[in-house]
Ligand binder design. Structure first.
Ligand code: NAD
Ligand code: PRE
Length: 304
């Protein structure tokens, strides 16, 4: 494949930046990849893994002469990073991010960007519960969606970034930022909170059941523990920055949970059967659409 950006700067060298770097290197999508992270250890690991060509101590140094700058830090850190890099961006450069929330990131980043710099927010719907540079892998984005939420109408900068994400294996779509946040509250944010809660409840009960919860943990519970092992900083920031949409979905979730509780208490088997038949169809639809994430985690040290 051919070079899409001459110089790419990756700010924050974790799972997503690592996977982008490895993929861009593998397929020759960038002339040079410059990375930066706060700790010297992370920077050294990134170089060892070959996910970037060069590292810098500061974000301001990393973005110098970069055609594309991608902010790969937790959502709550985006404003601070944008303020650092704003004065050092090359005119005509594109700034993007990979944050899991879009409206809050746009509000945090846009005010710090000088005129003449293009801002194209993005969100790859691909990840694992692992974090840090060693968790990245070049195939992470294969056959997964990447949603772009451009702040302006169609532009060359958006088209070029879409080309990069396609070259990294993703299907690309554009979406309005508030809509993105509502959709992701249903498909990602609320489910994570529910998993965190279920594992927290089991942990409380462990004292009552004398560690049998862990010893006999069945597949259903293990799936919850995988999700609930996700990075605490990343998810704290997601909930604090997508408050309204997440709370709305959790309200609906609570109502449905009450209805199912009532059905169990009343012995209403029809209600339970109908409900589970409907949800089973959703799982089948996801698998038929080729969007099952389990494959991404197999072979990475996780038990299926
Ligand atoms: N993990 C996922 O499944 C996933 C999927 C899609 C998008 N995202 C989004 O991508 C972004 C990065 O996630 P990740 O999974 O790669 O995280 P990660 O923890 O693996 O990496 C984050 C990097 O940001 C750095 N960082 C943290 N706080 C910082 C700060 N205040 N200033 C500068 N650097 C800081 C960390 O040191 C690390 O290098 C997040 O915004 C997250 O919402 C994550
Ligand atoms: O597979 C996982 O571990 C994930 O949780 C990945 C996942 C998701 O919810 O699908 C998590 C957060 C992101 O913003 C995008 C992807």
């Amino acid at each position: 494949m051919s070079v899409i950006y001459h110089r790419v700067a990756l700010i924050g060298l974790g799972l997503i930046a690592g996977s982008m770097g490895l993929r861009m290197k593998r397929d020759g999508l960038a002339g040079e990849i410059v990375g930066t992270a706060r700790s010297a250890e992370t920077r050294a690991t990134a170089l060892d893994l070959g996910l970037c060509d060069r590292v810098t101590e500061t974000a301001a140094q990393a973005v110098r002469d970069a055609d594309l700058v991608v902010l790969c830090v937790p959502v709550g850190a985006m404003a601070e990073v944008a303020a650092d890099i704003g004065p050092h961006l090359k005119p005509g450069a594109t700034v993007s991010d990979v944050g899991s929330v879009k409206r809050a990131v746009i509000e945090a980043v846009a005010p710090h960007l000088p005129p003449g710099v293009h801002f194209v927010p993005a969100h790859p719907l691909a990840g694992t519960e692992h974090s840090g540079p060693t968790s990245g892998f070049a195939e992470l984005f294969d056959n997964r969606w990447c949603l772009l939420t451009p702040v302006n109408e169609a532009s060359d900068a958006t088209d070029r970034l879409a080309r990069l994400w396609r070259a990294m294996g993703s299907n690309v779509d554009t979406m309005e930022p508030d809509h993105h946040d509502r959709v992701l509250a249903v498909t990602s944010h609320a489910p994570h909170l529910i998993a965190y809660t279920m594992v927290g409840v089991a942990d409380d009960l462990r004292r009552v059941t004398d560690s049998e919860v862990i010893k006999y943990s069945a597949a259903g519970f293990r799936d919850f523990t995988r999700i609930a092992a996700s990075d605490p900083v990343m998810w704290r920031d997601v909930f604090l920055n997508n408050k309204d949409a997440t709370l709305e979905i959790l309200g609906r979730f609570t109502e449905e949970l009450f209805a199912l509780q009532r059905a169990i208490r009343k012995g209403d088997g029809d209600h339970l059967h109908d409900y589970f038949t409907r949800t089973r169809a959703i799982r089948r639809g996801i698998i038929e659409a080729g969007q099952d994430t389990d494959k991404a985690n197999f072979g990475r040290g996780d038990a299926p």
